[in-house]
Design a protein around this ligand. Sequence first.
Ligand code: SF4
Length: 282
Amino acid sequence: MSELSNSSPRPRVLSGMRPTGKLHLGNYMGALANWVKLQDKYDCYFFIADWHALTTDYADTSQLALNSMEVLLDYLAAGLDPGKCVLFLQSRVLQHAELALLLGMTTPLGWLERVPSYKEMIENLTNRDLTTYGFLGYPVLMAADILIYKADCVPVGEDQVAHVELTREIARRFNGFYAKQKDLLPEPQALLTRAPKLPGTDGRKMSKSYGNTIMLTDPEPMVRQKLKTMVTDPARVRRSDAGNPDVCPVGDLHKIFSSSETMTKVNVGCRSASIGCIECKG
Ligand code: SF4
């Protein structure tokens, strides 16, 4: 396995997304928008994690190539610039699999079984059999993705910090066996990303599995149509009832995307019932 050295003076960042189809606003606000900023400050590697998609969606791979292309297009459309960062498809870099295999030799089974999302996903994704070696081992593949590039930082939300910690433990154990003097595999740091709350059209977290998404590629009429059906403050039953944008998913979207002028109009209009929800959604 040849080494990739970091000759850039800038810290190196690595992150990726599983290609399960086109990306939605939640993906954008939760990660992609931050990546676009990072590419100006860091030595960035962003990838399409097609092998990770196989850990849960191995039974039907017919859409994988198309989905990978869709994600790449969304990366580019969102502003990731191949002149500023490296964009790649995981499965085209075979060394990811090679390092994952080697890391698998030293990673204790108990570490993988204790990963919180492991049991949670097995319980939630009941429509498929996830009792596979590949699914149990996905944190090892993830560690390989990061360590192979000797990444200094991994941008993550709070719920993924544990994954970076596990990567650090996997690297430490590997170094303990094989690194003579300096660390063979540097331990990465989590670069915490605080993403704003972005509800889906039903008020729950925006997620493809809930069917409540607004896709980055949705044309404007479709976005408007989806917003029309969006749930609002449940206490505002009639047009004459006053509402509260702080407990309304539409209010949450305004806080992220609207100008301060519009936000003032929403705040005043909603609380005094001088605007209706249809107008507010418009
Ligand atoms: S007016 Fe706007 S913020 Fe207020 S309840 Fe209706 S949609 Fe929500």
